[in-house]
Design a binder for this molecule. Structure first.
Ligand code: ZN
Length: 344
Protein backbone atom coordinates (compact mmCIF):
# COMPACT_ATOMS: atom_id res chain seq x y z
CA UNK A 1 0.00 0.00 0.00
CA UNK A 2 2.73 2.38 0.94
CA UNK A 3 4.68 1.54 -2.15
CA UNK A 4 1.62 2.05 -4.25
CA UNK A 5 0.95 5.36 -2.59
CA UNK A 6 4.52 6.40 -3.27
CA UNK A 7 4.20 5.41 -6.92
CA UNK A 8 0.92 7.20 -7.15
CA UNK A 9 2.51 10.28 -5.59
CA UNK A 10 5.42 10.12 -8.00
CA UNK A 11 3.08 9.69 -10.94
CA UNK A 12 1.05 12.60 -9.72
CA UNK A 13 4.22 14.69 -9.51
CA UNK A 14 5.29 13.66 -13.03
CA UNK A 15 1.81 14.32 -14.36
CA UNK A 16 1.80 17.79 -12.81
CA UNK A 17 5.22 18.76 -14.04
CA UNK A 18 4.58 17.43 -17.52
CA UNK A 19 1.24 19.21 -17.75
CA UNK A 20 3.02 22.38 -16.61
CA UNK A 21 5.50 21.87 -19.44
CA UNK A 22 2.75 21.35 -21.98
CA UNK A 23 0.82 24.39 -20.91
CA UNK A 24 3.95 26.51 -21.04
CA UNK A 25 4.66 25.25 -24.54
CA UNK A 26 1.05 25.74 -25.57
CA UNK A 27 1.19 29.28 -24.25
CA UNK A 28 4.24 30.11 -26.37
CA UNK A 29 2.64 28.57 -29.43
CA UNK A 30 -0.63 30.34 -28.83
CA UNK A 31 0.67 33.90 -28.89
CA UNK A 32 0.58 34.03 -32.67
CA UNK A 33 -2.95 32.56 -32.73
CA UNK A 34 -4.12 34.98 -30.08
CA UNK A 35 -3.11 38.00 -32.15
CA UNK A 36 -4.22 36.39 -35.42
CA UNK A 37 -7.69 36.05 -33.90
CA UNK A 38 -7.99 39.83 -33.87
CA UNK A 39 -8.15 39.69 -37.70
CA UNK A 40 -11.87 39.30 -38.41
CA UNK A 41 -14.15 39.16 -41.43
CA UNK A 42 -16.25 41.95 -39.92
CA UNK A 43 -13.37 44.45 -39.73
CA UNK A 44 -12.10 43.56 -43.19
CA UNK A 45 -15.59 44.00 -44.60
CA UNK A 46 -15.97 47.46 -43.07
CA UNK A 47 -12.63 48.50 -44.58
CA UNK A 48 -13.24 47.06 -48.05
CA UNK A 49 -16.66 48.71 -48.31
CA UNK A 50 -15.02 52.09 -47.75
CA UNK A 51 -11.77 51.61 -49.66
CA UNK A 52 -13.57 50.20 -52.73
CA UNK A 53 -16.54 52.58 -52.54
CA UNK A 54 -17.49 54.92 -55.39
CA UNK A 55 -16.20 57.82 -53.28
CA UNK A 56 -12.64 56.57 -53.90
CA UNK A 57 -13.25 56.76 -57.67
CA UNK A 58 -11.31 53.63 -58.52
CA UNK A 59 -8.10 54.96 -56.87
CA UNK A 60 -6.48 55.93 -60.16
CA UNK A 61 -2.76 56.74 -59.74
CA UNK A 62 -2.22 60.44 -59.05
CA UNK A 63 -5.95 61.30 -59.09
CA UNK A 64 -8.20 62.57 -56.24
CA UNK A 65 -9.60 59.07 -55.49
CA UNK A 66 -6.07 57.74 -54.98
CA UNK A 67 -5.33 60.65 -52.63
CA UNK A 68 -8.37 59.59 -50.59
CA UNK A 69 -6.98 56.05 -50.51
CA UNK A 70 -3.57 57.09 -49.18
CA UNK A 71 -5.22 59.28 -46.57
CA UNK A 72 -7.37 56.33 -45.46
CA UNK A 73 -4.27 54.18 -45.01
CA UNK A 74 -2.32 56.87 -43.23
CA UNK A 75 -5.23 57.68 -40.88
CA UNK A 76 -5.47 54.00 -39.95
CA UNK A 77 -1.79 53.89 -38.95
CA UNK A 78 -2.04 57.17 -37.04
CA UNK A 79 -5.19 56.06 -35.20
CA UNK A 80 -3.59 52.75 -34.27
CA UNK A 81 -0.32 54.33 -33.14
CA UNK A 82 1.60 52.42 -35.80
CA UNK A 83 4.71 54.35 -36.74
CA UNK A 84 5.72 55.67 -40.13
CA UNK A 85 8.75 53.99 -41.72
CA UNK A 86 10.38 57.42 -41.88
CA UNK A 87 10.34 57.91 -38.12
CA UNK A 88 8.38 61.14 -38.56
CA UNK A 89 4.70 61.97 -38.91
CA UNK A 90 5.00 61.57 -42.68
CA UNK A 91 3.80 58.21 -44.01
CA UNK A 92 4.11 58.97 -47.72
CA UNK A 93 6.93 58.17 -50.08
CA UNK A 94 6.38 60.53 -52.99
CA UNK A 95 6.56 58.80 -56.36
CA UNK A 96 7.21 61.70 -58.74
CA UNK A 97 5.26 62.20 -61.97
CA UNK A 98 8.56 62.30 -63.82
CA UNK A 99 9.41 58.77 -62.68
CA UNK A 100 5.90 57.48 -63.42
CA UNK A 101 5.80 58.91 -66.94
CA UNK A 102 9.31 57.76 -67.77
CA UNK A 103 8.25 54.18 -66.99
CA UNK A 104 4.67 54.11 -68.27
CA UNK A 105 2.88 54.67 -71.53
CA UNK A 106 -0.49 54.76 -69.77
CA UNK A 107 -1.26 58.48 -70.04
CA UNK A 108 0.13 61.56 -68.36
CA UNK A 109 0.38 60.68 -64.70
CA UNK A 110 0.61 63.10 -61.79
CA UNK A 111 2.69 62.78 -58.61
CA UNK A 112 1.60 59.83 -56.52
CA UNK A 113 2.47 58.18 -53.20
CA UNK A 114 3.40 54.90 -51.56
CA UNK A 115 2.31 54.60 -47.90
CA UNK A 116 4.69 53.03 -45.36
CA UNK A 117 3.76 51.83 -41.88
CA UNK A 118 6.37 50.24 -39.64
CA UNK A 119 6.84 48.13 -36.55
CA UNK A 120 10.38 48.02 -35.26
CA UNK A 121 11.88 44.66 -34.40
CA UNK A 122 12.87 43.97 -30.81
CA UNK A 123 16.05 41.96 -31.47
CA UNK A 124 17.04 42.41 -35.09
CA UNK A 125 15.51 45.77 -36.02
CA UNK A 126 17.73 46.18 -39.09
CA UNK A 127 16.32 43.06 -40.73
CA UNK A 128 13.10 43.90 -42.54
CA UNK A 129 10.12 41.76 -43.54
CA UNK A 130 8.08 43.60 -46.18
CA UNK A 131 4.35 42.98 -46.55
CA UNK A 132 2.99 44.71 -49.64
CA UNK A 133 -0.17 45.33 -51.64
CA UNK A 134 -1.09 47.93 -54.25
CA UNK A 135 -3.41 50.73 -53.24
CA UNK A 136 -4.25 51.95 -56.76
CA UNK A 137 -6.71 50.64 -59.32
CA UNK A 138 -8.13 51.58 -62.70
CA UNK A 139 -10.06 54.74 -61.83
CA UNK A 140 -13.19 55.84 -63.71
CA UNK A 141 -13.66 54.99 -67.38
CA UNK A 142 -16.65 56.00 -69.51
CA UNK A 143 -18.39 57.20 -66.36
CA UNK A 144 -18.02 53.83 -64.63
CA UNK A 145 -16.11 53.45 -61.37
CA UNK A 146 -13.70 50.53 -61.29
CA UNK A 147 -14.01 49.79 -57.57
CA UNK A 148 -11.27 47.17 -57.41
CA UNK A 149 -12.68 45.45 -54.32
CA UNK A 150 -10.72 42.27 -54.92
CA UNK A 151 -8.00 44.06 -56.90
CA UNK A 152 -6.64 45.15 -54.54
CA UNK A 153 -8.74 46.54 -51.73
CA UNK A 154 -8.65 42.97 -50.39
CA UNK A 155 -4.85 42.98 -50.09
CA UNK A 156 -4.61 46.59 -48.92
CA UNK A 157 -7.11 46.04 -46.11
CA UNK A 158 -5.51 42.71 -45.19
CA UNK A 159 -2.28 44.61 -44.52
CA UNK A 160 -4.05 47.05 -42.20
CA UNK A 161 -5.42 44.23 -40.07
CA UNK A 162 -2.08 42.39 -40.09
CA UNK A 163 -0.42 45.60 -38.91
CA UNK A 164 -3.01 46.05 -36.17
CA UNK A 165 -2.40 42.46 -35.00
CA UNK A 166 1.36 43.03 -34.82
CA UNK A 167 0.72 46.27 -32.94
CA UNK A 168 -1.38 44.37 -30.39
CA UNK A 169 1.47 41.89 -30.01
CA UNK A 170 3.96 44.72 -29.52
CA UNK A 171 1.78 46.31 -26.85
CA UNK A 172 1.62 42.96 -25.04
CA UNK A 173 5.41 42.74 -25.04
CA UNK A 174 5.44 40.21 -27.88
CA UNK A 175 6.55 42.45 -30.73
CA UNK A 176 8.33 40.77 -33.66
CA UNK A 177 12.09 40.20 -33.40
CA UNK A 178 12.63 41.59 -36.90
CA UNK A 179 11.04 44.77 -38.21
CA UNK A 180 7.95 44.71 -40.39
CA UNK A 181 7.38 47.21 -43.17
CA UNK A 182 3.76 47.59 -44.28
CA UNK A 183 4.23 48.82 -47.82
CA UNK A 184 1.23 50.09 -49.79
CA UNK A 185 2.37 50.80 -53.33
CA UNK A 186 0.85 52.98 -56.01
CA UNK A 187 0.95 52.66 -59.80
CA UNK A 188 0.69 48.87 -59.94
CA UNK A 189 -1.92 48.99 -62.68
CA UNK A 190 0.37 51.29 -64.69
CA UNK A 191 3.21 48.77 -64.65
CA UNK A 192 4.28 47.91 -61.07
CA UNK A 193 5.60 51.44 -60.70
CA UNK A 194 5.24 52.11 -56.96
CA UNK A 195 7.14 48.94 -56.08
CA UNK A 196 9.73 49.71 -58.75
CA UNK A 197 10.19 53.13 -57.19
CA UNK A 198 10.47 51.73 -53.67
CA UNK A 199 13.04 49.10 -54.64
CA UNK A 200 15.10 51.73 -56.48
CA UNK A 201 14.73 54.15 -53.56
CA UNK A 202 14.39 51.87 -50.53
CA UNK A 203 13.95 53.31 -47.05
CA UNK A 204 15.81 50.31 -45.62
CA UNK A 205 18.70 48.73 -47.55
CA UNK A 206 17.57 45.91 -49.83
CA UNK A 207 20.50 43.88 -48.47
CA UNK A 208 18.67 43.89 -45.10
CA UNK A 209 15.30 43.03 -46.61
CA UNK A 210 14.59 39.45 -45.60
CA UNK A 211 11.58 38.77 -47.82
CA UNK A 212 8.49 40.26 -49.42
CA UNK A 213 5.02 38.84 -48.88
CA UNK A 214 2.88 40.44 -51.57
CA UNK A 215 -0.90 40.32 -51.53
CA UNK A 216 -2.85 41.01 -54.71
CA UNK A 217 -6.46 39.72 -54.85
CA UNK A 218 -7.34 37.41 -51.96
CA UNK A 219 -11.08 38.00 -51.48
CA UNK A 220 -12.63 35.87 -54.23
CA UNK A 221 -12.90 32.31 -55.53
CA UNK A 222 -11.98 31.40 -59.11
CA UNK A 223 -13.75 28.87 -61.34
CA UNK A 224 -11.28 26.10 -60.51
CA UNK A 225 -12.22 26.16 -56.81
CA UNK A 226 -16.00 26.58 -56.77
CA UNK A 227 -16.36 23.18 -55.12
CA UNK A 228 -13.87 23.91 -52.32
CA UNK A 229 -13.03 27.53 -51.67
CA UNK A 230 -10.48 26.79 -48.92
CA UNK A 231 -7.47 27.62 -51.11
CA UNK A 232 -5.08 30.33 -52.16
CA UNK A 233 -2.46 30.36 -54.90
CA UNK A 234 1.12 30.80 -53.75
CA UNK A 235 3.61 31.90 -56.35
CA UNK A 236 7.35 32.30 -55.93
CA UNK A 237 7.82 30.77 -52.48
CA UNK A 238 10.50 28.27 -53.55
CA UNK A 239 12.22 30.25 -56.28
CA UNK A 240 14.92 31.97 -54.21
CA UNK A 241 14.79 30.38 -50.78
CA UNK A 242 14.08 26.75 -49.97
CA UNK A 243 13.59 27.78 -46.35
CA UNK A 244 10.91 30.33 -47.19
CA UNK A 245 8.86 27.66 -48.90
CA UNK A 246 9.32 25.25 -45.97
CA UNK A 247 8.46 27.87 -43.35
CA UNK A 248 5.37 28.98 -45.27
CA UNK A 249 4.19 25.42 -45.78
CA UNK A 250 4.69 24.27 -42.20
CA UNK A 251 3.07 27.38 -40.74
CA UNK A 252 0.00 26.82 -42.88
CA UNK A 253 -0.15 23.17 -41.84
CA UNK A 254 0.03 24.17 -38.19
CA UNK A 255 -2.29 27.18 -38.07
CA UNK A 256 -4.54 27.69 -41.08
CA UNK A 257 -4.81 24.48 -43.13
CA UNK A 258 -5.62 26.25 -46.39
CA UNK A 259 -4.98 24.28 -49.59
CA UNK A 260 -1.93 26.02 -51.01
CA UNK A 261 -2.25 25.74 -54.76
CA UNK A 262 1.08 26.01 -56.58
CA UNK A 263 -0.07 25.50 -60.17
CA UNK A 264 0.80 29.09 -61.17
CA UNK A 265 4.24 28.73 -59.65
CA UNK A 266 5.20 26.45 -62.53
CA UNK A 267 7.93 28.34 -64.40
CA UNK A 268 6.32 27.29 -67.69
CA UNK A 269 2.88 28.59 -66.76
CA UNK A 270 1.75 30.84 -69.64
CA UNK A 271 0.06 33.36 -67.30
CA UNK A 272 3.47 34.39 -65.96
CA UNK A 273 1.91 35.70 -62.73
CA UNK A 274 5.34 35.66 -61.07
CA UNK A 275 6.21 38.71 -63.17
CA UNK A 276 2.84 40.45 -62.90
CA UNK A 277 2.58 41.97 -59.45
CA UNK A 278 4.75 44.03 -57.14
CA UNK A 279 6.72 41.19 -55.55
CA UNK A 280 8.63 40.84 -58.81
CA UNK A 281 10.45 44.10 -58.14
CA UNK A 282 11.81 42.49 -54.96
CA UNK A 283 12.49 39.10 -56.57
CA UNK A 284 14.61 40.66 -59.30
CA UNK A 285 16.89 41.94 -56.52
CA UNK A 286 17.13 38.36 -55.21
CA UNK A 287 14.85 39.00 -52.25
CA UNK A 288 12.66 35.92 -51.62
CA UNK A 289 8.96 36.54 -52.21
CA UNK A 290 5.57 34.95 -51.85
CA UNK A 291 2.72 36.21 -53.96
CA UNK A 292 -0.75 35.46 -52.47
CA UNK A 293 -3.49 35.40 -55.09
CA UNK A 294 -6.98 33.97 -55.65
CA UNK A 295 -6.73 33.81 -59.43
CA UNK A 296 -8.76 35.75 -61.94
CA UNK A 297 -12.56 35.73 -62.25
CA UNK A 298 -15.36 37.19 -64.33
CA UNK A 299 -15.09 40.60 -62.62
CA UNK A 300 -11.31 40.92 -62.95
CA UNK A 301 -10.48 44.46 -64.18
CA UNK A 302 -14.16 45.27 -64.67
CA UNK A 303 -16.39 47.83 -62.94
CA UNK A 304 -18.20 44.85 -61.40
CA UNK A 305 -15.29 44.02 -59.02
CA UNK A 306 -17.36 45.28 -56.09
CA UNK A 307 -17.31 44.76 -52.28
CA UNK A 308 -20.53 42.71 -52.19
CA UNK A 309 -18.77 39.92 -54.10
CA UNK A 310 -15.94 39.44 -51.63
CA UNK A 311 -16.04 36.34 -49.41
CA UNK A 312 -15.09 37.93 -46.12
CA UNK A 313 -14.60 34.81 -44.02
CA UNK A 314 -12.21 33.50 -46.64
CA UNK A 315 -10.47 36.88 -46.86
CA UNK A 316 -9.98 36.78 -43.08
CA UNK A 317 -8.61 33.24 -43.16
CA UNK A 318 -6.14 34.03 -45.91
CA UNK A 319 -5.13 37.21 -44.07
CA UNK A 320 -4.43 35.16 -40.93
CA UNK A 321 -2.24 32.81 -42.99
CA UNK A 322 -0.15 35.77 -44.13
CA UNK A 323 0.01 37.15 -40.59
CA UNK A 324 1.22 33.79 -39.25
CA UNK A 325 3.79 33.50 -42.04
CA UNK A 326 5.13 36.98 -41.38
CA UNK A 327 5.21 36.21 -37.66
CA UNK A 328 7.18 33.02 -38.25
CA UNK A 329 9.70 34.71 -40.54
CA UNK A 330 10.11 37.73 -38.27
CA UNK A 331 10.57 35.67 -35.12
CA UNK A 332 12.70 32.75 -36.33
CA UNK A 333 16.19 32.49 -34.95
CA UNK A 334 18.11 32.69 -38.24
CA UNK A 335 17.37 34.94 -41.16
CA UNK A 336 15.96 33.08 -44.19
CA UNK A 337 18.77 31.77 -46.38
CA UNK A 338 18.73 32.65 -50.08
CA UNK A 339 20.05 29.51 -51.74
CA UNK A 340 18.68 29.70 -55.30
CA UNK A 341 19.99 32.92 -56.75
CA UNK A 342 19.35 33.68 -60.40
CA UNK A 343 16.26 34.95 -62.20
CA UNK A 344 14.46 32.46 -64.36
ZN1 ZN B 1 -3.82 43.88 -58.64
Amino acid sequence: MKQLFYTFGLLFFIACSSSKKTSKKALTKDFASKFAASITAKKLKEHVYIFASDAFEGRNTGEPGQKKAVKYLKDFYVNNNIASAFGTDNYYQKVPAKFLNKNSRRGKLKDSENVLGFIKGTEKPDEIVVISAHLDHEGVKNGQVYNGADDDASGSMAILEIAAAFKKAEKAGKGPKRSILFLHVTGEEKGLLGSKYYTENPIFPLANTVCNLNIDMIGRVDDLHKADSNYVYLIGSDRLSTQLHQVSDSINAKYTQINLDYRFNDINDPNRFYYRSDHYNFAKHNIPVIFYFNGTHEDYHKPTDTPDKIEYDLLAKRTRLIFHTAWGIANRKQRLVVDKVGIE
